[in-house]
Each structure stands twice: as structure tokens, then as C-alpha cells.
Design a protein around this ligand. Structure first.
Ligand code: ATP
Ligand code: MG
Length: 562
């Protein structure tokens, strides 16, 4: 049937996780239920890699009518903080997702303790008095089996007694651990009697001083999935070796059979993407904070003017892979431009001003010219721009002695002022040092945009602002944070690879008056200069704008030239 053909050809191909889910649904597994989770550790702000994971987990729940939990994986008391908890929830919501449940792994500490006791009772876990060094030495190597700890065959009673004492704070930090009793000769090193619990006298951001033993990742993550009856626990490839232990714990505890699936993490070129490194940039003040617009954090990208829709779209375009790869930053920028092109208000700003005086324009006169807010969006309407005798244009839109293919202004050459008139340069005014300070021009009254009867054909359209009405503002221009494409392959410390020109501040830009009254989250295209958004530093007397992205990919051009 033709309808069938149409449907099958229009459907995007399934990714491998969707294939697994659709098979599970078809087989009636978990009554066809799909329940995912996003499990960040609250030890930093989320980055674009996490955004990828959020879009994947929440997206699958949406697609299959399921649920997605946000679970703070807060089992390590030393590195975690409520500041991070708050930022993570804010970032998830900003991306456009509302968790079905918000949980904390620390809420399960009692349950996890019971699980540990259950393993001890089943003869599957033991307390080991060896030092960390001794445990490491007994671990063996990938080619040589490990050796059994002398404490491996303690009785269940003795283990229960010692574990209770660990919990009660009777032992020193580092003096004992609880280990799973699995197989010291397993080819998977993680299965060689992994440590499940350790003693840590640390204050936890939620449970305070209630606990002095904390579960390790493998004793918390899969168990938390199981407690929440997660059907598809999706994580990044580095957890692949943990899958065997994930299953072992669930099987031996006889609890809900959550399953783990791994996909390749998102890597972006010219970008560092590890919370540890990003934290270093913040703490050592290489950037102004986690939300510095150069940071690959969700909060940095938001401040810079990236939209949630663009990031979601990027995540979809990247897709999911089973093997590590590096995505080109320009794909993300492409997605940002694509969205901003649809929503950004076109406006005018001059970053490097040169004064133009229109000598045949009446002194003191102001004309309010109509201009479109966004030609891509007919609903966006129009606004009025003031035009007068004195204007600002960009320095580099004028050359006194231009090369052949320079089509902007030069003596005698015509130029159109966007949404206004055609002008011509009559006289170049210079200061004592020979620096051009002003252009004296004439305008053609019959060349008004929209009703031009002049018959003149200038080759360039320039942006401008009226000097009398312009508002002074600060504009911040950003470039990639790293100078090298792949910092991971570079022997130098990543901080030596930072781009010294990643931030350029234009202290005194001239903005059209409508840009005086803006709020963060507004999006503008400054004509010919790029997409911009007001920064949080904006004050009523001085707007501050971030350049979100240029109009075209400047790096692609540089790369081509070589
Ligand atoms: P980082 O390695 O950057 O410090 P992390 O893996 O320690 O991050 P978590 O808070 O543990 O950060 O991650 C929460 C979830 O986000 C995990 O499921 C993890 O697999 C996923 N995640 C982290 N980084 C990426 C990435 N670059 N691409 C895709 N998913 C990621
Ligand atoms: Mg982690």
C-alpha cells in the first residue's frame, strides 16, 4: 500500500537504544513500560555532554510515553554541594524537561545498607581489614589473577558484627572496607571482589553526620535504578566493564532487574569537557565562573545566548553512537544560528565607530524610518529607527584608497544605509596624525528604502546608528576557549592551550535606541555582526551584550585558506 511506503520512508531510522526499547515493548517486558533516569553527581555544573544525556533520557521517555527521573547521584559526601543540585535542576528545566520524579541516591542510604547486610547474610560480601595498598596489591593485573584476602572467609556472623561496627563509627577511616565476594581470577578486574562500602567521616550535604560509611558507585547506582524500577539505565561507554557487576548485584540481591546500556559520550573539538577540568578553570579564575559564556556548561551557553531548542536540536543531529567520536563545534554553532535566524530581532549596532555627517540633511531633523524586526518571521512586525544628520558607521566600512574589489564606502563610491538612504562620500576629514575622524557625505532623498526612485545601484548595504539617539553599550566577543582541536591528544596541560583571544571586550559600542531596554533571554541579530544577547551584567544605564555566534563560520574560512 502506498500509505505504508510513505510512512516507512518518512520515519527516521531508530538508534540502537530505540531498537532495544521497541523490542522490549513488543515482547511485553515490564508491561511495555519505559522508565529512564538522568543521574548526575552534584559535584559541578552540567555541560553540553550532560545535555546530550538529558535529551536522550527524557527524549526516550517522551517518545515511548514513559517516565524519566532526575536522580542526584550524591553518594560521595566530599565533593558535593547544594549549589550544584540547584543549578542542575535549573538546567534540566531550562532545556525543556520536567522530571517525573526528583530523587537523591542519599535517600536510599538505609535501603542500600540493608542490601549490603543481605549480601553478607548470603555469604556474598565480607569485611576486609587490609590496607588500601594491600588490597591493590592483591588485585592482580589483567594478565595475572589476583590473590584472596586473608579475611575473605570470615563467618557471616563476624562480618555482620564488623559491618555494624563500621556503621557505628567504631573504626578509623581507611581501616576496613566491605567487599563483594565474587572471583579474584575474573578476567574483568572490576569483578575481583570490588569494594562496596568504605568508612568516611564526612558531612553529607543532605544526610549530615548520620553516616560514616558510604557506598561506592557499584553498590549505589544499579541498586538505585532498581529501587526506582528503571527499565533502561543508559550511561556512557566507560561504564561498560561495570555492567557485569551491575547485573551481579541485582541478581544476588534478587531485586527489580534494571538493565544497563552504554552509548558513546559526546566529545566536542576545541572544548574541554570534564567537570574536574571545568572546575579548575573556575577556581583558578581563567574564566569568570561556571556560567562564563565561553564555558561549555549549559549555564554558560545560556548566558551566551544559545537557546534550549538549538541544544536539543544539536543533540538529535549528533545522534547516538556505540563508539567514541569527536563532534565538530561548528555543528553546534550551526544549530544555534539556525534557531536564532528564526527568532532574533534584527537591529543595528556599531562596534568600531566612524562619524558620518550628511551635509545636505537639515540640522536638528529626525526621521523615524520603518524597519522589519525579522524578515524570517512576518508576525514579528516592524519598528521605527531614528535617522539624522550625524551617524555612526563601522570604521572598516570605509577605505580612502580601496583595493579593486572593495565595494563599501570610499571617496565617490555609493553605499546604501540599511532601511534608510543611499549616501556618497564627498570629503574625508582627518586629524593632525592623518587618522580619518569624519566623513562628509551627501544623501539622496529619493533613495529611501522601500520607495527608492533614484535609479542608483550601490554595491553594498551598511549598518549604522544615529549619533544623536545612539545608546552606549559594552559588547563582548567570544572565540573558542582552546587553541587546539583536540586537547586530549596534546601532551601539554590543557591550561597552556587556552586561547588568549577567547574574550574581546568592546567598551564603547553605539547601539540603536531600542537596544537600551532589553532583558537577558532576548535574542538579536546585529546586522552584519552576528547574533547577540544581553548579558546578566546589563545595567539600566549601560547595556552589555554577548555575541552568541557570528553570522558565518569564520574558522571554516581560515581553515580553507590554510
Ligand atoms: P565528567 O566526566 O564530565 O566529569 P561525569 O560523567 O562525571 O562527567 P556525571 O554527573 O556522573 O558526570 O554524569 C551524569 C550523566 O551524564 C551520566 O549518565 C553520564 O554518563 C552522562 N554524561 C557525562 N558526560 C557525558 C558526555 N560527554 N556525553 C554524554 N553523556 C555524558
Ligand atoms: Mg561521574
Amino acid at each position: 500500500m502506498t500509505t505504508d511506503i510513505k510512512e516507512t520512508t518518512e520515519k527516521a531510522p531508530l538508534n540502537f537504544i530505540e531498537e532495544i526499547i521497541e523490542k522490549d515493548i513488543a515482547e511485553g517486558k515490564h508491561d511495555g513500560r519505559v522508565h529512564t533516569r538522568f543521574p548526575p553527581e552534584p559535584n559541578g555544573y552540567l555541560h553540553i555532554g550532560h545535555a546530550k544525556s538529558i535529551c536522550l533520557n527524557f527524549g526516550l521517555a517522551q517518545k515511548y510515553g514513559g517516565k524519566c527521573n532526575l536522580r542526584f547521584d550524591d553518594t560521595n559526601p566530599v565533593t558535593e554541594d547544594t549549589e550544584y543540585v540547584d543549578s542542575i535542576l535549573g538546567d534540566v528545566r531550562w532545556l525543556g524537561f520536567e522530571p517525573d520524579n526528583i530523587f537523591y541516591a542519599s535517600d536510599y542510604f538505609d535501603k542500600l545498607y540493608e542490601f549490603a547486610v543481605d549480601l553478607i547474610k548470603k555469604g556474598k560480601a565480607y569485611v576486609d581489614d587490609s590496607t588500601p595498598d594491600e588490597i591493590a596489591a592483591m588485585k592482580g593485573t589483567p594478565t595475572r589473577p589476583g590473590t584472596d584476602s586473608p579475611y575473605r572467609n570470615r563467618s557471616v556472623e563476624e562480618n555482620l558484627d564488623l559491618f555494624t561496627k563500621m556503621k557505628n563509627g567504631e573504626f578509623k577511616e581507611g581501616s576496613r572496607v566491605l567487599r563483594a565476594k565474587i572471583d579474584m581470577a575474573s578476567p574483568n578486574m572490576i569483578m575481583r571482589d570490588p569494594v562496596l562500602y568504605r568508612i568516611k567521616f564526612a558531612h553529607h550535604h543532605r544526610t549530615g553526620d548520620k553516616w560514616c560509611i558510604y557506598p561506592l558507585y557499584d553498590m549505589a547506582h544499579g541498586q538505585s535504578d532498581s529501587i526506582e524500577k528503571i527499565t533502561h539505565s543508559i550511561c556512557t561507554l566507560e561504564f561498560m566493564p561495570h555492567r557485569e557487576l551491575y547485573d551481579w548485584c541485582i541478581d544476588n540481591l534478587e531485586i527489580f532487574p534494571s538493565k544497563q546500556y552504554e552509548f558513546a559520550r559526546l566529545n566536542l573539538n576545541y572544548t574541554v569537557m570534564s567537570k574536574r577540568k571545568l572546575k579548575q578553570l573556575v577556581e583558578e579564575k581563567y574564566v569568570s565562573g561556571w556560567d562564563d559564556p565561553r564555558m561549555p556548561t549549559i549555564s554558560g551557553m545560556r548566558r551566551r545566548g544559545y537557546t534550549a531548542a538549538a541544544i536539543r536540536n544539536f543533540a538529535t543531529r549528533v545522534g547516538i553512537a556505540k563508539r567514541e567520536n569527536v563532534i565538530d563545534l561548528s555543528l553546534l554553532e550551526f544549530c544555534v544560528r539556525e534557531d536564532l535566524n528564526k527568532i532574533a530581532t534584527r537591529s543595528m549596532a556599531v562596534l568600531d565607530p566612524l562619524k558620518v555627517v550628511i551635509t545636505n540633511y537639515p540640522e536638528g531633523q529626525t526621521e523615524w524610518l520603518e524597519t522589519e524586526n525579522n524578515p524570517e518571521d512576518p508576525e514579528s512586525g516592524t519598528r521605527k529607527l531614528p535617522f539624522g544628520r550625524e551617524l555612526w558607521i563601522e570604521q572598516d566600512d570605509f577605505m580612502e584608497n580601496p583595493p579593486k574589489k572593495f565595494f563599501r564606502l570610499s571617496p565617490g563610491q555609493l553605499g546604501r544605509l540599511k532601511s534608510a538612504y543611499i549616501i556618497q562620500v564627498d570629503e574625508v576629514v582627518k586629524d593632525a596624525s592623518g587618522e580619518v575622524t569624519e566623513l562628509h557625505c551627501t544623501y539622496f532623498p529619493e533613495s529611501k528604502s522601500g520607495e527608492d526612485t533614484s535609479g542608483l545601484k550601490p554595491k553594498a548595504t551598511l549598518h549604522w546608528v544615529s549619533a544623536e539617539h545612539a545608546v552606549a553599550g559594552e559588547v563582548r566577543l567570544y572565540d573558542r576557549l582552546l587553541m587546539v582541536e583536540n586537547a586530549a591528544d596534546d601532551p601539554r596541560d590543557f591550561k597552556e592551550l587556552l586561547n588568549p583571544d577567547s574574550l574581546v571586550v568592546v567598551k564603547n559600542a553605539w547601539l540603536e535606541p531600542s537596544l537600551a531596554d532589553v532583558t537577558p533571554n532576548d535574542h538579536f541579530q546585529f546586522i552584519r555582526l552576528g547574533y547577540f544577547t544581553p548579558d546578566a551584567d546589563t545595567k539600566p544605564e549601560k547595556p552589555v551584550f554577548n555575541r552568541t555566534v557570528t553570522l558565518r563560520d569564520a574558522w571554516a574560512k581560515i581553515a580553507k585558506k590554510g
